[in-house]
Design a protein around this ligand. Sequence first.
Ligand SMILES: NC(=O)c1ccc[n+]([C@@H]2O[C@H](COP(=O)([O-])OP(=O)(O)OC[C@H]3O[C@@H](n4cnc5c(N)ncnc54)[C@H](O)[C@@H]3O)[C@@H](O)[C@H]2O)c1
Length: 276
Amino acid sequence: MTIETGPAHWLRLQDRVCVVTGAASGIGRAIAEVLAAQGARLALLDRNAQLLEDVARQLGTHERPAIAVPCDTASEDQLQQAALRVERELGAAQTLVNNAGVLRAGSLGALALDDWNLVLSVDLTGYWLTARAFGAQLRAHRHNEGASMVHVASIAGHFPQSHSGAYSAAKAGVCLLSRQLAVEWGEDAVRSNVVCPGMIRTPLSADFYAQPGVEQARAAATASGRVGEPQDIAHVAAFLASQRSAYVNAAEILVDGGMSSKLMDMVPRPGFSPAR
Ligand SMILES: NC(=O)c1ccc[n+]([C@@H]2O[C@H](COP(=O)([O-])OP(=O)(O)OC[C@H]3O[C@@H](n4cnc5c(N)ncnc54)[C@H](O)[C@@H]3O)[C@@H](O)[C@H]2O)c1
């Protein structure tokens, strides 16, 4: 048996057509960078056309194109146009990373219906519509090595957080949507998995870190002692995109630096505090 060693070969993503939504910024951009470094051919979708062009220009090469496909992932029409263009210019997508997302603050008692609908339309319905728009292309790989979907959900999909109710409900929906897709499309060799990031420093969350003390308090809430970076998510997404995760299906990987395991450390336990 030949063991491939070089990092560029291990994931075997060379020339694979990968679609990444929300690729103009933050986690989506980092995922696009990691996939490009692995030799993938990229279709980058985002509604921010200008930023998207910059990313595509930075990542694309003659042999490994990265095309910018401006698209609102809440729009079925735009997604269908995007899917046609990707197939025409790059060939059938073999990986789809659903990542475009928005966040709106608001407690469930006070949240405007428009905000609820916006968050659900991008963060949940948009993932389903994107999967459906690229579904035929993904299924077209069933006679070779199959295809992979990776959905970026959130730790918020497992743990409620006050004033963020629409977001948590949407992300919880993504976790089950992914398993549903895995079950329905498994016979066509399309896998579907979720990455649940914890706290990651991106433009989406930049305002939080601008407040004094937030970075330190957030770092202390994790077992790893730091806030996550977009690359922390991108490397896991690349693994799930690749054939190295061939038997990982309908799964979720929590990438939160151990934050969700610190629950019992939050309650007072007199006599058990460690001596430091
Ligand atoms: N940053 C975090 O701490 C964190 C934690 C958990 C989950 N997430 C999730 O990670 C994903 C990426 O978030 P991020 O932190 O990189 O945010 P970001 O704001 O940096 O990037 C999100 C990208 O999605 C794009 N986008 C938003 N709505 C869109 C639409 N309707 N159509 C097309 N593109 C659209 C934006 O233009 C932007 O480029 C989101 O799904 C988010 O919910 C982030």
